[in-house]
Design a protein around this ligand. Structure first.
Ligand code: FAD
Length: 531
């Protein structure tokens, strides 16, 4: 059963081990433990619906609460503190294309705002309900979750857009194929949501980001249906798929998605590597990314994230043996940085890739630790998201932010993002635990993924205020450093004020005109993405 006010399956509990809590306590201090706002009280607060009754629309209060938010920190504060401000007037879960069309017709006739809902895992306010006189419908794709066609000769699969990660992979794996798209939210996020937010999977180095995997499909816009055929390549003008990728529900509803699939790999291995300090790790990662070595993932943690991850691993004896071993190999543990590197594909290509990467790693003073660390990461790759629940229970809020920049800017940007967060916390007499890693690397640059953990304040309002200060300062630091406002989470409501810095005035007005053309009444997820 999915948890109503946190992440994931309510039966899964992942407690941080004592050494990790000690680090947190030392760096961030103690948090306030709030009693959770009760579900029954929330349900009692849902206002009457403004929607006209329709057989495909439910006014059930619990459903309306569940579809009123994604997984952003402000939404968590609202859920666990009881301050979530608004709820959709109804929720529809169409079971086929005819019902979906019927619902869109109804919304047009009744002047209803529509928010497409995939898995509800977005983290920057893409699903937030706007303050508006018009009724709001959450249109869940949950029941549109079938494999429509598998064209193995064409290496394509057609899915209904609401299918979630595990079901999608199961249906492909059964036939010897995979999509290979594994965001950390894999368990709950949906194919349509991945496309609509330009998501990035953990093994994007091998399989590509969702924009590489998205071959076409169908979008139902308020003006009619747009078909995107899956050409292997095309020179016929600008690619309309690019308007759908990252459109966050504003182009309309993706009903079917055609994806490029791959045969299941013979090997899928991840290895651990340690570098004496950040610069060596960063240089090695850039060096490998600039070659033709086919890695599937490279993820370099900075020193504080490395210490935190080792503490979180929980096995103190193994970690102390590891430290001892690294000490013998000349790597002191003050500044060392952990890197995970993965290779996916045939035995021949992965062996050759591993060999080539390890000589570059040696050149940059890295120590190859081998598979156990990689295996542990693979086993827990979707589990660490559950720590957010247990940290909250101990009085800490967790948020993450990310960007991507060219290599020359990576280290200064990481430092200035972290500094901006610390400064804002200190200005409010607070402290926090802030650490980063490079999560996806490219020949021309890298993404940076920063985690911030800070103690909850006395009230939801005060905690939200702290978050707003941090988010604004970090977003300004991203923009000042020349980074994109999002490498993978999208824009939603929280990044909207910063989008014009990278798109420019003409870019923003061009997008505005496109969305206005397909959605003249601004019915589709209106207050997201664009300023
Ligand atoms: C713990 C955790 C880990 C995460 N890890 C990653 C990660 O590794 N990589 C990554 O990229 N992201 C990650 N995310 C963010 C999030 O999972 C992604 O943004 C994901 O793509 C959202 O998919 P969803 O199905 O949940 O979409 P939703 O949250 O339901 O919707 C997101 C947006 O897409 C629109 N939308 C959804 N479905 C459709 C559709 N069929 N047609 C039109 N519009 C639609 C919605 O209107 C909304 O604007 C993570 C989030 C969490 C909570």
């Amino acid at each position: 059963m999915q948890r109503w006010n946190g992440w994931g399956d309510e039966n899964i509990k992942l407690d941080p081990p004592p050494p990790a809590l000690e680090i947190l306590q030392n760096l961030a201090g103690s948090g306030q433990i709030w009693p959770d706002y009760p579900l029954a009280k929330f349900i009692g607060r849902i206002p009457p619906s403004r929607l006209t009754a329709h057989p495909l629309i439910s006014f059930d209060a619990r459903l309306r609460l569940d579809h009123a938010h994604g997984q952003s920190l402000p939404e968590w504060i609202g859920l666990r503190g009881g301050t979530l401000p608004r709820f959709p007037d109804g929720v529809a879960r169409p079971a086929n294309g005819a019902e979906l069309r019927e619902l869109l017709k109804f919304c047009a006739a009744q002047d209803v705002i529509v928010i497409p809902y995939g898995g509800g895992t977005s983290v920057v306010g893409q699903l937030a309900v706007p303050q508006t006189e018009r009724p709001v419908l959450s249109l869940s794709l949950e029941r549109l979750n079938r494999l429509v066609a598998l064209e193995t000769d064409n290496r394509l699969a057609v899915f209904e857009a609401g299918i979630r990660g595990p079901q999608l992979e199961r249906s492909l794996n059964a036939k010897g194929f995979t999509l290979g798209h594994y965001p950390q939210s894999f368990e709950y996020s949906s194919l349509g949501g991945w496309v609509a937010t330009r998501s990035s999977g953990q093994q994007s180095g091998h399989y590509g980001r969702i924009e590489d995997l998205f071959a076409g499909g169908e979008v139902l816009t308020p003006r009619g249906s747009m078909n995107l055929p899956p050409f292997p390549a095309s020179a016929a003008g600008p690619d309309l798929r690019q308007l759908v990728l990252g459109s966050e529900g504003k182009m309309g509803v993706l009903t079917n998605v055609i994806v490029r699939i791959s045969p299941l790999p013979e090997r899928d291995h991840v290895y651990g590597v340690f570098f004496p300090a950040w610069e060596e790790g960063r240089n090695a990662v850039q060096h490998i990314a600039g070659t033709d070595i086919p890695f599937s993932l490279m993820r370099l943690s900075n020193p504080l994230e490395t210490t935190t991850n080792l503490a979180l691993a929980g096995n103190e004896r193994q970690i102390s043996l590891l430290r001892h071993y690294l000490g013998l190999r000349g790597i002191g543990d003050r500044n060392f940085c952990m890197c995970l590197i993965g290779f996916t594909g045939s035995r021949r290509t992965t062996t050759a890739a591993r060999g080539a990467a390890s000589s570059i790693i040696r050149h940059h003073k890295g120590i190859w630790i081998g598979k156990p660390m990689g295996r542990a990461w693979q086993k827990n790759r979707f589990r660490s998201a559950y720590l957010r629940n247990s940290l909250w229970d101990r009085g800490y809020a967790v948020d993450t932010l990310e960007t991507a920049l060219t290599w020359d800017k990576v280290t200064p940007a990481m430092q200035s993002i972290e500094k901006s967060i610390h400064e804002k916390l200190q200005a409010g007499n607070q402290s926090g635990h802030v650490f980063s890693h490079l999560s996806h690397v490219y020949p021309s640059g890298s993404s940076i993924y920063t985690t911030v953990i800070f103690p909850l304040a006395e009230s939801p309002e005060q905690t939200l205020e702290i978050w707003q200060r941090i988010k604004h300062a970090a977003s300004r630091a991203v923009v000042a450093a020349g980074g994109t406002i999002s490498h993978q989470h999208g824009v939603g409501r929280d990044h909207r004020p910063y989008l014009a810095f990278e798109k420019g005035g003409l870019g923003i007005s061009t997008l505005q005109e496109v969305f206005k053309h397909v959605d003249p009444d601004q019915r589709m997820n209106p207050d997201k993405l664009l300023p």
